[in-house]
Design a protein around this ligand. Structure first.
Ligand code: ADP
Ligand code: MG
Length: 340
């Protein structure tokens, strides 16, 4: 057989296989785009656990009519950076929209502040339609229908509607804690509805948003965490040992403002509580790390949210030390067993 280049659609479907695992990945990508566009209100609607419908509407900067087709082209981005370690936007690969467009039916309707009216473009299983005029306010609506209709093998791997909705709501919560000044709403066909009004973009606002997401009683049952070591700053909240969960889902972590889910951080939290919590209980935490971007690689994998620290021992020590110190200051000591 002669050597040939893969078709554009097939290349995008392969990328989609990595980046778009499930409806929650679509929501993550679309919400990240809205945040990168400077949105202050983000409205998410899902149907059928997100497999039938995901619609994200924002009031951000919008996409110019003559750039709509580019937004669907592979490796095309308005977030181009010179240095891969100096990424300030959430996206930068220019992969999400073409990937989603290759496995679903996607429509973008958008209007910039300058444009007299909106325009829209569609793409179905990799086939784009011409740009047409539309009616909309400033901002962008991206609608994704029939996810994985073009890749039935992937569709078979989806869990139930409930599981997909839960994953979506988890993605939105994680993101919402990082952007307290943005209003988020999530509406679906089941219980996973969220309404998170905008709060102030300061420490108080952050705590308000944390309470919206993690429960009104969390702040009363949490200790403030503040520490710094060799230029790495840690802040946030960690629950007292009487306020725990059966799983670690309510452990939120951020590195330079990005939500991450990282083994090292999870391990450090476990270590910090090892003496005061039974092994099957998990603390509730929101931890924010700030460090020189050159000392952390946040781009390990497009869909994964783990990170690689230049000095993992330093980060682990910082987290363990800060939580233990907060617990000790609050007078919380390991339960004594037997005679002392
Ligand atoms: P990336 O986010 O990595 O640039 P995407 O495929 O997610 O790649 O998006 C491609 C481009 O489309 C973005 O760089 C941006 O210019 C534009 N875009 C996508 N979504 C939005 C949005 N909600 N508001 C404004 N522009 C958007
Ligand atoms: Mg993106």
């Amino acid at each position: 057989m002669p050597i040939r280049q893969l078709s554009e659609t097939m290349i995008n479907q392969i990328a989609a296989g990595e980046v778009i695992e499930r409806p929650a990945s679509v929501v993550k990508e679309l919400v990240e785009n809205a945040l990168d566009a400077g949105a202050t209100r983000i409205e998410i609607v899902t149907g059928g656990g997100g497999l039938n419908l995901v619609r994200v509407t924002d009031d951000g900067g919008g996409i110019a009519e003559d750039e709509l087709a580019l937004a669907l082209s592979r490796h095309c981005t308005s977030k181009l950076v010179q240095d891969i370690h100096d990424i300030r936007s959430l996206g930068f690969r220019g992969e999400a929209l073409p990937s989603i467009g290759s496995v679903a039916r996607l429509t973008i309707r958008s209007r910039t502040a300058q444009a007299p009216n909106a325009a829209e473009i569609g793409i179905e299983g990799g086939r784009a339609s011409p740009v047409r005029p539309a009616a909309a306010n400033r901002g962008t609506t991206v609608e994704v229908r029939d996810l994985f209709f073009a890749t039935p093998a992937r569709l078979k791997f989806m869990k139930g509607e409930r599981a997909e909705s839960t994953a979506t709501s988890d993605v939105v919560k994680r993101m919402a804690i990082a952007f307290p000044a943005v209003r988020f709403t999530l509406a679906g066909t089941d219980r996973s509805t969220l309404e998170l009004p905008a709060t102030a973009d300061n420490a108080e606002g952050r705590l308000d948003r944390i309470a919206q997401v993690m429960g009104r009683n969390f702040p009363d049952n949490a200790l403030p965490i503040n520490a710094e070591r060799e230029g790495v700053r840690l802040s946030g909240y960690a629950s007292i040992p009487s306020f725990t969960r059966a799983n670690a889902l309510q452990q939120y972590a951020y590195v330079n403002g990005r939500p991450v889910r990282d083994k090292l951080i999870a391990g450090a939290i476990r270590g910090a509580y090892a003496d005061v919590l039974p092994r099957d209980r998990h603390a509730v935490t929101a931890l924010f790390l700030k460090l020189d971007p050159a000392l952390v690689d946040v781009n390990v994998h497009p869909a994964k949210t783990d990170v690689r620290f230049r000095d993992p021992g330093l980060v682990r020590g910082l987290i363990v030390g800060a939580i233990r110190q907060a617990l000790a200051q609050a007078g919380i000591r390991p339960a004594t067993t037997g005679a002392e």
